[in-house]
Design a protein around this ligand. Structure first.
Ligand SMILES: Nc1ncnc2c1ncn2[C@@H]1O[C@H](COP(=O)(O)OP(=O)(O)OP(=O)(O)O)[C@@H](O)[C@H]1O
Length: 286
């Protein structure tokens, strides 16, 4: 089922084109948004979260149009948003912070609000930290608290801007498990620089570059972009400029076949890097 439809969306900051006629449809499950710095990911997520108005084009969330003031509230009720730097108040306890956000989200019935705060604390496994001040939480716990505030009100669309940044491998794994659970019945749109996150979590992936969508498909399809272009050889390739020695002592390279090299299975990262290189080389994006 389609949850979000983006049509011809454009946004400039002065002379910088951040979004250049973006078309996109997103449905239930976890969709990863990949792209280099400045690709326009955060701008797209901010527009979807109704925190920023586009210059042109349209957005529909469950059929509601955020450009229409009366429908914007309907959109906001259906959205949970974790921005890149959520700025959680350091002197609040985890519980008080969530209670405060719940008030901002118009949960006026005290009993129901308290129950909802307890529910999201439980969902992100922070119940035992309810009375801990934000400044005393670890980075991973803070990210989970950020996620908890996005889940208040059980939104159908959850927008997460680089949620795994700064997490150690263990924290990242537990965060992934959490996001995967959340995506079982909701639409989750997650921007990331980590191709591993996409491989581990996402049913669909969207790649942006220079304000445009340059790929939409499954993670396997993204890896497939590099099919027949990833090689292993026993000696350093002569023609290929970028290569590295892997754990087996073989030289891995992407691009033309080095002499004597054997083809190997491409990763999502190979596909992603080749796609970006091709998009820039062919002038499809800036
Ligand atoms: N408030 C702003 N004022 C001016 N320019 C901005 C503003 N926000 C973003 N930009 C510019 O718009 C372009 C897209 O930025 P955006 O933050 O959306 O990209 P991104 O893909 O999220 O990058 P990153 O991965 O670094 O967060 C960049 O060139 C950026 O410098």
């Amino acid at each position: 089922m389609t949850t979000v439809t983006v049509d011809n969306l454009s946004k400039r900051y002065g002379s910088t084109v951040a979004l250049d006629a973006v078309d996109l449809t997103i449905g239930v499950g976890v969709t990863g948004l990949l792209g280099p710095n400045g690709a326009g990911k955060s701008t797209l997520l901010r527009c979807l979260a109704t925190a920023l108005g586009p210059d042109a084009g349209s957005i529909r969330v469950h059929g509601f149009d955020p450009a229409v003031p009366a429908q914007r509230t309907e959109v906001r009720r259906r959205i949970g948003y974790l921005p890149q730097n959520p700025g959680l108040y350091p002197h609040f306890t985890a519980y008080d912070l969530l209670d405060y956000v719940a008030v901002l989200k118009e949960m006026t019935d005290t009993q129901r609000r308290r129950a909802e705060v307890r529910r999201v604390l439980d969902e992100v496994e922070l119940t035992d930290r309810a009375k801990t001040k934000v400044r005393k939480l670890s980075g991973g716990m803070r990210q989970r608290l950020g996620l908890a505030q996005a889940l208040l009100g059980d939104p159908e669309l959850v927008i997460l801007d680089e949620p795994t940044v700064g997490l150690d491998p263990e924290q990242r794994m537990s965060f992934r498990a959490l996001i995967s659970r959340i995506g079982e019945r909701r639409t989750v749109l997650l921007s990331t620089h980590q191709t591993e996150d996409v491989g581990a979590l996402c049913e669909r992936v969207v790649v942006m570059s220079g304000g445009r969508v340059v790929f939409e498909g499954g993670p396997k399809e993204l890896a497939g972009v590099a099919e027949g272009q990833v090689w292993l050889s026993e000696s350093p390739p002569v023609r290929n400029t970028a290569y590295w020695r892997n754990a087996d002592g073989l030289y891995r390279t992407v691009g033309p076949r080095p002499d004597g090299a054997e083809a190997t299975r491409p990763s999502i990262e190979d596909g992603y890097l080749l796609l970006l290189g091709t998009a820039v080389a062919t002038g499809a994006v800036r």
